[in-house]
Design a protein around this ligand. Structure first.
Ligand SMILES: CC(C)CCC[C@@H](C)CCC[C@@H](C)CCC[C@@H](C)CCOC[C@@H](COP(=O)(O)OP(=O)(O)OC[C@H]1O[C@@H](n2ccc(N)nc2=O)[C@H](O)[C@@H]1O)OCC[C@H](C)CCC[C@H](C)CCC[C@H](C)CCCC(C)C
Ligand SMILES: O=P([O-])([O-])O[C@@H]1[C@@H](O)[C@H](O)[C@@H](O)[C@H](O)[C@@H]1O
Ligand SMILES: [Mg+2]
Ligand SMILES: [Mg+2]
Length: 199
């Protein structure tokens, strides 16, 4: 969904990336440090500031790839580091919200479980040479929903935070189904062409 905005975002990002000629892995590592700080802010009940830190962490995650591509510094290790730190950030942010008492542990576990299953399906599909960048609640959407939840929770009432996270969980499990069905269809056609070739 938000992935479709990439070409437009690149127009804004390229002039910024041009000025930042550093190893993109440093930006990736900074992004995870900011996510950890967001979690700590939630623990210390600094909800709005924590939300701003999620936004900064997400922006750095956009920036690392832009810098890597602009300066021809893309690497397989960078891609691995980016994906792995994304998983760490996804979980630590929710853990922060649980530790601050904003959502109960059961809701938090479902948020982490659904997010990890979405990413796992994509990763497993890619290991079978199927690109699976589909579904309503891809990571950028999940982060934007979380930022909205946290900001509304901080400005209006924390009860909203809980209900928006529940909405996020519903959308995330829906995305799991979308990716499962998509991959299943792709595998069916691969399997049938293999079986036809073996006849
Ligand atoms: C902190 C500043 C200094 C940063 C300044 C930059 C800003 C100008 C950017 C502003 C954008 C910001 C508003 C967007 C926030 C989005 C965030 C909430 C969501 C983040 O989603 C993740 C994002 C990145 O995905 P990837 O990591 O997979 O992609 P890349 O990193 O590009 O590529 C990976 C690829 O690169 C190589 N590589 C990477 C790292 C590395 N170390 N080495 C490497 O080699 C390697 O090849 C890897 O494979 O997903 C992006 C999706 C989409 C384009 C995002 C669109 C966002 C949209 C504009 C959102 C608007 C939201 C709104 C403004 C904010 C909401 C606020 C509201 C809720 C109040
Ligand atoms: O799959 P998902 O959680 O929507 O999104 C994620 C992508 O935004 C990211 O580009 C990739 O590095 C992750 O491994 C993960 O796949
Ligand atoms: Mg990135
Ligand atoms: Mg990333």
């Amino acid at each position: 969904m938000l992935e479709n905005l990439r070409p437009y975002l690149n127009k804004i990002l390229n002039p910024i990336a041009k000025k930042i000629d550093v190893n993109p892995n440093y930006i990736t590592i900074l992004s995870i440090i900011i996510a950890i700080l967001a979690a700590l802010l939630f623990y210390f009940h600094q909800l709005i500031l924590g939300g701003i830190f999620i936004l900064i962490s997400g922006s750095l995650d956009v920036l690392d790839g832009a810098v890597a591509r602009y300066h021809n510094k893309s690497s397989k290790f960078g891609a691995f580091l980016d994906s792995t730190t994304d998983r760490f950030s996804d979980a630590i942010i929710i853990i922060g919200l649980i530790s601050g008492g904003y959502i109960d542990w059961f809701i938090g576990i479902l948020a982490i479980h659904s997010a990890y299953t979405i990413s796992y399906i994509r990763s497993k599909a890619e290991s079978m040479n199927i690109e699976c960048k589909i579904g309503i609640a891809e990571r950028a959407v999940r982060l934007v929903i979380l930022i909205i939840a946290v900001l509304i929770g901080g400005i209006v009432d924390t009860i909203w935070l809980k209900w928006i996270v529940i909405l996020l969980i519903v959308l995330s499990y829906f995305t799991v189904i979308q990716r499962m069905v998509y991959t299943w269809n792709k595998l069916k056609s691969k399997d049938s062409s293999i079986n036809n070739a073996n006849k």
